[in-house]
Design a binder for this molecule. Sequence first.
Ligand SMILES: [Zn+2]
Ligand SMILES: [Zn+2]
Length: 778
Amino acid sequence: MRLIITEKNNSAQKIAEILSGGAATENKSFTVPVFKWSDSDGDHSVLGTGGHFVQRQFPEGKEYKQWKLDLIHGLVDAELETGPIDGKKNVIKAVQKEAKAADSLVIGTDFDREGELIGLEALEVCLQVNPDLEKDFKRARYSALTKEEIEGAFSNLTELSYPLANAAGARQDIDLIWGAAFTRAVSLIAKAYGANFLSVGRVQSPTLGLIVERELERRAHVYKPYWELYAKFEHPSGSSFETHHATDKFWDKAEADTALAATADPGVVKSVTSRKNTSKPPTPYNTNSFQVDASSRLGITPKQAMNYAQDLYDDGFISYPRTDNTIYPDSLPLEKTIQSLVKIKDFAAAAHLLDAPLTPTQGKKFDAAHPPIYPTHALYPSALDGPKARVYELIVRRFLATFSKPMITESTRADIEAGGETYFVRGKVVLDPGYAGIYTYARSSDEEIPALEEGQKLSLDGKPWLVDKETQPPARLSEAKLVQIMDEQGLGTKATRPDIIQKLYSRKYVRNHPPEPTATGMAMYEAFKEYVPDMATSEMTATLEGEMDQIAEGKDMTKETVVEDSRKLVHSTFDKLREGEEEVSKMVWAGMDKDRILGPCIVCKEAGRVQEDGSPNMLRIIRAKKSGKSFVGCSGWKPDDPEACDQTFPMPQPNFYEVTPLEENCSICHRTPRVNVKTRGRAGRPWKLCFNDDCPTMIEMREKKAERLAAQEAKKKMEELDGKKKKTTAKGKKKKAAPKKKKTTTVAASKRSSGEPDLGTRRVKRAGGRTSPGNTKK
Ligand SMILES: [Zn+2]
Ligand SMILES: [Zn+2]
């Protein structure tokens, strides 16, 4: 029997369908689907591993489990082992069961470093039970799940590439060692325990640095006022139009006032100039340009863009989305692809491309492994779900654009002199949309200006006017921009970048979109930059990426030397961290402390109570030492002072809920801060929580909850009645069914899904009030 191992179940099914001509049947082995068929070559089995199913891990033993600073050096030098990934032992069993019966093996995992490594892992798992396969294993490499590609790959089987697999393996080992050592070290130093540990990653920390550096620039920005001068002129056609003074910005108000006063009727058109602009069609998509473009054109994150692209690839609609290539290889069936695409009404505007020889644009990067991302199957986008449809459409339109003509626009500028002051107006019209006809995202709307001639006299329409403005700080980096900079600086790989950004969100180093660093994120980066710069900047990690490239290319570097070098680096970096231990701890602590503050305590404000330094008392998240539970309390509280503020509020526990600040002071009731709450590890929108129980938003939320519960109760009664009826009809047939048990699960489940957690009662006390939290209402 020939065993074929793929990366995903979906690709296993597609490959079986194509190679068997539809004859393959699905069987289950330890719950893993295995596709089987027989033909003149014998029996065939295909199964997908669902990505990695074994992982690199530290050996068993207390010295590797315990989080202690003294154990870090030993952890770094530990000999890593390979073990099963939790919940995937069944995959190993299924693979080995098939391998035992196999006399040949084909590795058909994704064609990139990670796929090569998964292939190598699969091979090793197979050889454990059937060493004979060593003599007969091959590699199938394909870039799309289409008939041509798959048949081509299986009739030209190649060898597994150890350099490629080892490059991915080196990354796995290095990231495991680096992440474990510094996550433990920094968490221990900053005393951030349990669920609040501080994750530190080789690529993650310099990426955080990009975001923080921009934030620091924004904070350092000095707002500088300036003035812009505008005037309106009447046009013989009856309409009037707006013009801007030739001086872009007046930095001096007096100068602007002088220019305004000097502006006088009539305006005389001094010059009208036009210029044609040619904008070249875009180059084929590789992963990076796709992530950046999808993110900015469709308003989704690079991570979402990659997820949708992966789905589209698994469905056989686009080619492999992880590629560096921006040049179509000669082997691609370009004409055939365009022919089938333009049959779809949405893309019919590109049909004219087939009238002339195809001359696609090309980018700078070539990679023989994969073609640029292109559509492998023509279909109506409306056949796909919302965002997936838009991503597919973007890929098709971009593909068609790369064969299209440039876009030609004409911009016109007219200068008008009025009493010695010059004003101008600018317009832009599209003469030939070219590629923007199909790549509609690039098309800008025309800004037409009225027809003007030199020497023409125009009267002012009303008085000119000044607009006062101020310089703005540089914008925060969008996720698309971040991915682009990471690419330029060699941070991460095309496959890992979106996940790294995601991690910054889940560890609460950044929040909002575009990402904005939290106080913890800022403090951590600033502490690293000062005391352990290797962890903060991109140089070191970019060097490592370069070394991994060398492993992949089969040059002098081996996996062992690169991992060993990086171990040395971890040791020395860790020593440096310990030298600055006290300072790093203080800085990170201060950041985490700042992030706990939710907003000012209104009760203290009303009572005139302030902190020793005169700053207002703040409500902040506190973790009770004894119970470990979190609650909200006032910084004005003092254990022995009966007059001090004792405001406290229960809150959703951080172990189960993500709590992020929304408003320092509720915009509805103005009594307490408001936060967003989201159940951990579950999709769905967060709900807004005001700590003031009497806030109209909370009253409304309780009423809605009561309505929901009443509706559920009614439904449950109905079901019970229904159940009784059934029971009477089924009487005597069997022993008792257990409808009662269902009752409790329904209630528990409904409580969970109803959104807001049970928080007890929160009341805002007026100044002087002395009720304790959890008391019932008046
Ligand atoms: Zn207070
Ligand atoms: Zn409120």
